[in-house]
Design a protein around this ligand. Sequence first.
Ligand code: O2Y
Ligand code: MN
Length: 633
Amino acid sequence: MIFGKLQRSVTGAAKTLRVWQVHRVRNITAYTGTSLTELPPNAAAFIKNSEEMCQPDKVHICDGSNVENRWLTEKLVAQGTLSPLKKYENCWLARTNPSDVARVESKTFICTENKDEAVVGSLGNWISPENMKTAINQRFPSCMKGRTMYVIPFSMGPVGSPLSKVGIEITDSPYVVESMRIMTRIGIDVVHQLQKNAEFVKCLHSVGRPENGIVEFPAWPCDPARTIILHKPDENFIASYGSGYGGNSLLGKKCFALRIGSTIAKREGWLAEHMLILGITNPQGEKIYVAAAFPSACGKTNLAMMTPTLPGYKIECVGDDIAWMRFDENGQLRAINPEYGFFGVAPGTSKETNPIAMQTIFKNTIFTNVASTSDGGVYWEGLEKEHSADVAITDWLGKPWTKGSSKTPAAHANSRFCTPATQCPIIDPAWEDPRGVPISAILFGGRRPKGIPLVYEARSWAHGVFIGASMRSESTAAAEHTKKVIMHDPFAMRPFFGYNFGKYLEHWLSMENRGKVPKIFHVNWFLKNKDGKFMWPGFGENSRVLDWVFRRVKGENCAKDSAIGFVPSEGALRTDGLDNLPESLDKLFDLPKDFWLQEVSEIEKYFETEIGNHLPNAVTKELTYLKERISKM
Ligand code: O2Y
Ligand code: MN
C-alpha cells in the first residue's frame, strides 16, 4: 500500500469529512463558489493522505462551475501562465517551460509485483512496488508547499453510464484543472455518482519543484529532471510528478482511460482502446459506426471530423482519441468516448485539412505552445493561407517570428488546442448515449510510405487481431521520438499498454466468444511515390475508403482475396470525380513481394523479441499463414 502510513491517520466517517472540508474551504479566501460536502470515506482518505504528504497551503475541491473557472483563469493570467486571445471568445494561450512540451514515455512506468504482468520486451517500463514507493517519497512530500491543492472529481464517459468510470485528480496546477474541465465531465453530478458507487481511480499529480529550488519559468513550474508518471493497476492509482503537459498531467486521458483503463477492461471483459469513433451515413440514409486505431498524430482527429467528398455521405464525430467498448446483452459491441473534449495537435489543422475542427476551436479553448498574432489570434504551420501579412507573429517561445525568414517553426510541433467536444458542429447525436454507439467496423492504420495498400480487410477476427499486433508507423512529434523511423506500434497502444501485451492479445482474441465481433480493416493514407509525393489525397477523399468499408459491412460482394487479406475488387473502390491522382490507382494496391518478405520477417522478429512465449498460438498461426501466402506471391 503506497499510502500505508498516512492511511491510518484518517477517520473514515463522512461526518468527520464534512467538518474537515468546511474547515479547509474556509481557508480559500478568493474563491466564492459552491463547496462539495458529500464525498465517500475512501475519497476523503485519498484527499487527506495526499494533503498530508504534499503539504499544500490550501485545499480546493472543484465544483466545475463557471464562477470557479473564471476565478482560476484570473489566477492563471496573474501568474503569467495564460494570456487572453482577444480575437476570439474565451480563448487563452499557454506557453510552457520549453523542457515540458510532450508526453515522456521513457519516464512512464507500470507497477506490478512481477515484471511479466506489466510489460514484455520494450513495450513499456516496469517498476516494482518498492521502487514506486521510493519514487513517490523522493518527490511528493511537501511538493505543494506555497500552492493550492485542487481536487477534481471527474467522470470518464457520460455521468452514470454503465460504461463510464469515475476518477479523482489531485493537482497543484490550475491549468490542469481548467483543462480537465474541458477534457472530462467534472462537478457535482460526479460527486452524486460517487455517492452511489464509491469506486474511483486515484490520480495524484504535481508539477513538482526542482531539487535546487530554482523555478526557471515561474509561469510554468515543473521539474523535468525528476518527471515520472507511475501507474499501479491493482490499486487503480496514478501518481504523476514533474510535468504540467498534456498526457503527463491530464490524468483522465492516457493514464486513466488507456493504461489503467485497459487493466480494468481486461478484468471486466471489455476494451479500452486508442481509437476514434465516427458515425457514417450513406446516401441511402443508413448509418454505421466505425472505430479506428492510428498511432499518435496520424490524423485521428481529421478522420473523426472528416468532410466527405463523396456526395450524399455524412460523417458525425463521437470521439477523436479513445474508445471504451463492451458487448451489450444482445452481443452487440457498443462504444463510448470517455472524454469530453479534444486535445488536438494544432500544426497542420486548417480549413483545408479539417474545416470542422476550425469551426470548433475558436471559443472556450486553451491553446498551448502555438504562436500568437498581433491582433490577438493564434498561428501555426498550416495556417499560412489564413494569415494576413500585416499581422505580426510571435512564436511559441515568445520571440518575433517572420514567415519565410525564421529558421524554426512558429508553433511547437506538439502544440495543442484543448476544446469542448460539444462545440463540434458534427458531434454525433448519440455521442453521450449512456449505452454507447454500436460498432460495425474497426480500422487499424499508420503512416506507411511504402508497401502497405490503401485498404485491406481481415479474413477473420483472429486475422484482424494479428493485423493489429503487426501495426507499424512512421514516428511523429507526439512523444520523444523525433527521427522518422518506422516503429512497431501494435494497436496504436505501444505507449499506453497497462499490462502484458501477450495477455492483451489473448483478451482481444477472447472477444469473439463474447459477442458479434465487428469486421476489421487496415488503412494507409500515407503511401508515397518515388518522388516522395503522397499517392492518395487523403482527408475528405478518405470517404471513398469508408464507402468500401460500409459496403463490406453491409455484406456487398465487392472484395477479392490477396496474400494479405481482402482488397477492393476491380472497380469497387469509388474513384468517380477523382481525376488527379499522381499515380494509377493500381499503385495504391501494389503488394511488392520483397517488401512483404521483409515486413513478415520484421514482424516475426518483433513478436519473438518483444512477446516471446506470451504470443498466443492463434496469432502465431496467422503469421505462419501470411508467410506461406507471401512466399507463393
Ligand atoms: O504530448 C502530449 O502530452 C499529448 S499526447 C496526445 C494528446 C491527444 C491525443 N493523443 C495523444 C497521443 O499521444 O496519442
Ligand atoms: Mn492519442
